[in-house]
Design a binder for this molecule. Structure first.
Ligand code: PMV
Length: 312
């Protein structure tokens, strides 16, 4: 018997960073994200009564590290326990985006695994099929940010529950400037722990809540410049906590900072540009309105020429 499902990735504009409860993955602060519906993970499950353990296999384009496979199968184990089911499966997963897109695939992969596993396990145990809210809450246990991927295009996550928010700009274009493809030295789980020791952690919950209100209003009133400022401030807020933790760490490279200046200059020159954000990594995520389509390649070529020759 086989089941399959897909789920999209998402990018946060007000970031989730720090956990109130690391077992349940309850965040310290609320977050707001845009769902990237074109970047998906597919997961296929094959139930085989003869297997003695679960095993992972790649679908196309994905090579999960041993640590990644372990985390993925541990979440599957958690879901089997939730449904009180003992049998074993082959779990196959793959992304439609190459690893080099700068996107961590944990949001889409955990959302897809939760969706397909709950569907299969509900069927095999003659249980009720789960609601989207239930899927999102279960997925959160495997990867916090994955709970937002169930709601589209805009999603807000607070406490145990994520939900859709109705906002304009429903067809944004996503681009990512890759600054480094090296595996990060500090995982996001470790980052969630260390930020708590930063002096800036105090007040973070309030700052994030206020930013979500302000960003919601900016998007509702189509104030793109204000949305850019708030998004910019929020990723700096998060990176400042990384860099001022008791054991400080840094994801931004000199190239990241230089590229951020190119983006700032562009905004200063034209009074328009993309929304800019960084996750727990050095790569720069950009969101453009559909009418800014030509700006994507224009900014990319500035990035390529100016980074090669900083004086250009
Ligand atoms: O879902 P996790 O535990 O990998 O956390 C990721 C958090 C950030 O990507 C840095 C921010 C966010 O809100 O997605």
């Amino acid at each position: 018997m086989k089941w399959s499902a897909e789920a999209p990735s998402n990018i946060a504009l007000v970031k989730y960073m720090g956990k109130q409860d690391s077992f349940l993955n309850i965040p310290t602060n609320a977050s707001l994200s845009y769902t990237l519906n074109h970047l998906v993970t597919a997961v296929e499950l094959e139930y085989d009564p003869n297997l003695t353990d679960d095993q992972w296999e790649p679908l196309e384009q994905l090579n999960l590290s041993p640590r990644g496979q372990e985390r993925f199968l541990a979440h599957f184990q958690f879901l089997k326990k939730y449904y009180d089911f003992d049998g074993h499966f082959i779990v196959r997963s793959g992304n439609n985006f190459p690893m080099g897109t700068g996107l961590a695939s944990s949001a889409s992969s955990f959302a897809a695994l939760t969706t397909v596993a709950c569907r299969a396990l509900a069927e095999l145990t003659s249980s009720k099929q789960p609601s989207v809210d239930e899927l999102s809450q279960l997925s959160r246990r495997g990867s916090g940010s994955s709970c937002r991927s169930f709601y589209s295009p805009w999603s807000v996550w607070e406490g145990e529950q994520a939900r859709t928010v109705d906002l304009p700009f429903t067809h944004l274009l996503h681009d990512c400037w890759i600054m480094s493809e090296r595996e990060k030295s500090v995982s996001s789980s470790e980052a969630h722990r260390r930020v708590k020791t930063s002096p800036y952690f105090e007040g973070r919950e309030n700052r994030a809540t206020q930013r979500i209100h302000a960003l919601t209003e900016a998007l509702q009133t189509q104030n793109w410049y204000r949305a850019y400022q708030l998004t910019w401030d929020d990723f700096h807020d998060m990176h400042r906590m990384f860099e001022t933790a008791l054991e400080p760490f840094r994801y931004r490279t000199p190239g990241t900072d230089q590229a951020l200046l190119i983006l700032q200059d562009y905004w200063d020159e034209f009074g328009d540009g993309p929304l800019v954000t960084l996750d727990a990594g050095p790569n720069i995520h950009l969101l453009y309105r559909p009418d800014q389509h030509a700006m994507i390649s224009e900014l990319r070529s500035r990035f390529q020429t100016q980074l090669q020759d900083p004086k250009a």
